[in-house]
Design a protein around this ligand. Structure first.
Ligand SMILES: C[S@@+](CC[C@H](N)C(=O)[O-])C[C@H]1O[C@@H](n2cnc3c(N)ncnc32)[C@H](O)[C@@H]1O
Length: 358
């Protein structure tokens, strides 16, 4: 006898055909992103942090210079999203930051995501308005979104200094959270001379030198990025980290035992990846290696959903895509690397290590 569908449901859960919970949540996912973006832009979490005590909506509205009605709704939504805690006193509601908001959503925290939130809000969100066009055309959408040519990808990404700094802050922010896992995924202690190709402002390099105190890291990046890193990001105190400017597709690469390519290959087509890996192989000392750090897709492409969504983001914003460990291994082995292994970290970014034989 066929089972009655309702008998298999947990009591109180409506059947999927009468209440499409998941789909409704997906359709309105952007409401959540925008609520967080706006709260950060207006400085809600910073105001509550500075106050050091729970505040009413009226206090917050004054401090952020916004309407009382709008602020009340914004704070209520943040409380619903568990980013704020509520305290009732004498019939009035007061708000304070949740533990997570205190760590990640205030400007002065060492693990602040605020600057990366600004890039998501102003740049990525704008690009994603053109996702349909990106899927139809199979290409990034800088021309429509920002009116700039994307013939040179990083000229488009760095279309002005302000945009470049925001991008660099986005790149920086994740390595405070996931950097240690990535550099510890393999024992990198045998590699004393490391080159972080496209290492941006050095956030991952800092994680490397803190885990492996005996190594030195040369960050190789475009001249504009190196200049900006020196002006805005780098403490010259760490003598184990230095910068070299150049184009990794054209210029001589620094000699190293280990080349780190973190979130580099996902920007480029397979052909460009092999071109770059060939150059890395040529520069690498025998016995050396290349460490590719990326958000790996499962081998059958069925997840993780973060990597699947990032791959769409790569379509909208770059010339590349996210790949599986086997796809990265194929690119690395096409360039000559052998003994290629990968390690999952359980967080967003994973590691693939390939060796150059002695
Ligand atoms: C997606 S970001 C990754 C940054 C960093 N590795 C990380 O994971 O945070 C790509 C980096 O490659 C650099 N880059 C792009 N094209 C380059 C080139 N032709 N030569 C050197 N660096 C380049 C960019 O400036 C940027 O810092």
């Amino acid at each position: 006898m066929a089972e009655h569908p309702e008998t298999t449901l947990t009591q109180g859960t409506p059947p999927a055909d009468t209440y499409p919970r998941k789909i409704l949540e997906y359709l309105e996912g952007f409401l959540i992103s925008k609520t967080v973006f706006t709260s950060c832009e207006l400085g809600v979490f910073d105001v509550l942090h500075t106050a050091g005590r729970p505040l009413s909506a009226k206090d917050v509205s004054k401090a952020i210079g916004a309407s009382l009605d709008g602020t009340e709704r914004l704070l209520a939504a943040c409380a619903g999203l568990q980013l704020l805690q509520t305290h009732c006193d004498d019939g009035q509601v007061f708000y304070s930051n949740s533990d997570e908001a205190s760590i990640y959503l205030i400007r002065s925290s060492p693990s602040s995501l605020l600057q990366s939130i600004q890039y998501r809000s102003e740049t990525i969100y704008t690009c994603w308005q053109y996702l349909t066009d990106a899927v139809r055309e199979g290409r990034n959408q800088y021309e429509k979104a920002f009116g700039v040519s994307s013939k040179d990808l990083f000229e488009a990404l760095y279309r002005c200094d302000e945009e470049m700094v925001k991008f660099m802050q986005l790149m920086n922010s994740i390595w405070n959270i996931c950097g240690k896992d990535v550099v510890k995924a393999f024992d990198l202690s045998p590699f004393k001379v490391i080159c972080d190709l496209g290492g941006c402002s050095g956030a991952l390099a800092k994680q490397c030198t803190s885990v492996y105190p005996e190594c030195t890291v040369t960050i190789f990046d475009l001249p504009r990025v190196v200049r900006m890193s020196r002006e805005h990001f780098v403490s010259e105190a760490d003598l184990r980290i230095n910068f070299q400017q150049g184009d990794f597709f054209k210029d001589t690469l620094p000699e190293a035992d280990l080349y780190v390519l973190a979130r580099i290959l996902h920007d480029w087509t397979d052909e460009r990846c092999i071109e770059l890996l060939n150059r890395v192989y040529g520069a690498c000392k025998p016995g050396g290696a290349v460490l590719v750090v990326e958000a790996l897709l499962y081998e059958d492409g069925s997840g993780p959903v973060t990597a699947q969504l990032y791959s769409l983001n790569m379509l909208v914003q770059t010339e590349g895509k996210e790949r599986t460990a086997a796809q990265y291994a194929a690119l690395m082995s096409a360039a000559g690397f052998t003994n290629i292994q990968h390690r999952l970290t359980g967080k967003i970014y994973d590691a693939v290590l390939g060796h150059k034989e002695d």
